[in-house]
Write a protein that binds this ligand. Sequence first.
Ligand code: HEM
Ligand code: HEM
Length: 239
Amino acid sequence: MSADQGAAGPYSRRLRQLHLAIATLIMSLAFTGLVFYFRKSLGLGDAKITLMTIHSFIGYALVAAIAWRLWLGFRGREPDRFSHALTGPQNFQKLFAGAQGRRHRFRFAGRSPLSRLIATVLYAAVFFNIGTGLIRAGTDLYFPPFGPFVLHYITAPGETPSVAAVKAGKVDKVRAEQIKEFKLPVGKVHLYGGLFILFLATVHASGALVTEWSAPADKAARGRARLMLFGPGKTRRPL
Ligand code: HEM
Ligand code: HEM
């Protein structure tokens, strides 16, 4: 464990690095996903497969970062555990108790019931989109983990399952049609999931920044955004 991990502040260096990585990867996925969606208007119609491949590679990087976060959340140091970052039934009571009165608004800023709720819904939506994204990467690009099964399913009987065979048209037409019918609604919910994630990420990031700027100076909430982004070294006021 590095010295910084035990240093002042609620977030370890590893958690801060992971937050930066996860936030950057999610925003890159939203960006490349939207470029993919508007590819024709952007004059990138011919780059469909390239755009999809770039987006999927970023998706695999996100899977790795989330796996690391899960490990920290369940097996890591106490402050990195999910019990300190996500929501539970007792937090809902605090959420409503905290809504009474203006001065209470900032009491829970940072690791507040509201920020925990948003982080929980954000993670749930990200898990969902990873699932639907991996399915589409399997059905469109034959990428793992589902791609090999799709290839096996649609390649014509007697042919060795491979991307080359499928591209050469050696497919079982009925099965290929079944996969097409299955993947269309999955792509649709992936798109809506992506837009929802973009919305939540914007609410979360602006909430964190607005709280930082508007919290009264005497409140412990002040400095959380800077602590998450820059660590204890660059905050003006240690907690
Ligand atoms: C200016 C930008 C941002 C700031 C200042 C910021 C700040 C923070 C802070 C202070 C927390 C900790 C909340 C707590 O104590 O429970 C947090 C958590 C989190 N943020 Fe951000 N954030 C920013 C951008 C983003 C973006 C763009 C995403 C992408 C979706 C994101 C995803 C998350 C997630 C998933 C968590 C939960 C962290 C955990 O695993 O414990 N953040 N953020
Ligand atoms: C937070 C995570 C993600 C966001 C915000 C996101 C966003 C998007 C968006 C907006 C599109 C365009 C949808 C359309 O044109 O109909 C898209 C398409 C796509 N995404 Fe993602 N994505 C995410 C994760 C992933 C992951 C993890 C993978 C796979 C490893 C993936 C694979 C794909 C593929 C193959 C497509 C093109 C097929 C389709 O239209 O569904 N995505 N994504």
